[in-house]
Design a protein around this ligand. Structure first.
Ligand code: ZN
Length: 331
């Protein structure tokens, strides 16, 4: 049986030039019987051959450094000599971005838990499947810009994983060094099933993700990091010849599974340490108060290891089981 194909791309991805278009997915709703979900796609194909780089943003719809940094990058391209091909999906989960939510309001889909996707799934799974089957085979490297979203705040970081293949690991590290965020987390994921990260890494390609800020908004610094970091990666990969010089050398931090801090009960979180600060093992990172018992001694949330606080809860109220802090260690 032929596989169902419900996504179509209305631009050519091979002919030299810079074009914007949409991925169309049929979407029949109360408001629009024969409607479509339109996901923006941009391709820049150079006259000279070179590698293909896929960049994605807003996999989670409450993370804005990706779409903003990618749009800045794309608007530079007409005035830039380039070779090879840049394919950009600045709003991978477009409905989530429009709603300002992590997950798609259409189907509850978490784009970065949906790979390799399903052709006959809802919009999130179907789009993941299209990216997996149509774009990843073209790509020589993939960069997926994330940040903390509404619930987390990060010390601005590139994110990579420990990979068994030394050549792939070296290429991935080099990409993170080129991006030059203040930190690079070599992250042990809490839940890697369905991530674009693993899907790309399994193909043997260099993959770079980021965690650039959070709290559901952006800062001038984090958007500039996304834009300039992407441009430096394009230069590193050979697409462009110029990029803003890095202002620093990224500090690599290993984040083990034991680096995550979760409270055993819900409460109001009083942060003591800010992201990016050095911490000692056992140091108090935050205190958890019980608003129903104001005189009750707060629970102290302690650093599980020495290192740097790379992430903390962005919200005041946290629940049992939330990640409220993450500590990475310099090696
Ligand atoms: Zn994200």
């Amino acid at each position: 049986m032929n596989e169902v194909v419900r996504i179509s791309c209305d631009i050519d991805l091979d002919v030299p030039g810079i074009r914007q278009g949409v991925l169309q997915f049929p979407l029949s709703t109360d408001a629009s019987a024969w409607g479509r979900l339109l996901t923006p796609i941009v391709v820049a194909v150079g006259e000279e051959s070179g590698p293909t780089v896929l960049v994605t943003g807003a996999s989670h719809g409450d993370e804005y450094e990706g779409p903003l940094g990618i749009m800045r990058l794309l608007q530079d391209m007409p005035g830039t000599a380039f070779r090879g091909r840049l394919i950009a999906l600045p709003a991978l989960n477009y409905p989530a971005l429009m709603a300002g939510r992590r997950l798609s309001p259409l189907d509850g889909g978490n784009m970065n838990r949906s790979f390799p996707g399903r052709a006959d799934g809802g919009p999130t799974l179907a789009l993941a499947h299209w990216v997996y089957t149509r774009l990843l085979p073209l790509a020589d490297a993939v960069i997926d810009i994330h940040s903390g979203g509404s619930s987390l705040r990060f010390a601005p970081s590139a994110v990579i994983h420990e990979l068994p293949d030394p050549a792939q690991m070296a290429a991935t590290r080099a990409l993170a060094e080129a991006f030059a965020a203040p930190f690079t987390q070599v992250l042990t994921e809490l839940d890697s099933v369905g991530e674009l990260d693993g899907a790309v890494e399994a193909l043997g390609l260099p993959f770079l993700s980021t965690e650039l800020g959070g709290g559901g908004g952006v800062t001038p610094q984090t958007v500039a990091m996304a834009h300039e970091g992407l441009r430096r990666c394009l230069r590193h990969l050979g697409l462009v010849d110029t990029a803003p010089p890095p202002t620093l050398r990224s500090r690599f931090l290993y984040v083990p599974e034991t680096g995550y801090v979760m409270p055993s009960r819900s409460g109001l979180l009083d942060p003591i340490v800010e992201v990016g600060e050095a911490v000692q093992a056992g140091q108090v990172l935050a205190k958890l108060y019980d608003i129903d018992e104001p005189l009750r001694e707060p629970v102290q949330l302690l650093a599980p290891q020495q290192g740097v606080l790379v992430c903390r809860a962005a919200r005041g109220g946290v629940a049992r089981g939330d990640t409220v802090a993450v500590v990475g260690a310099e090696v």
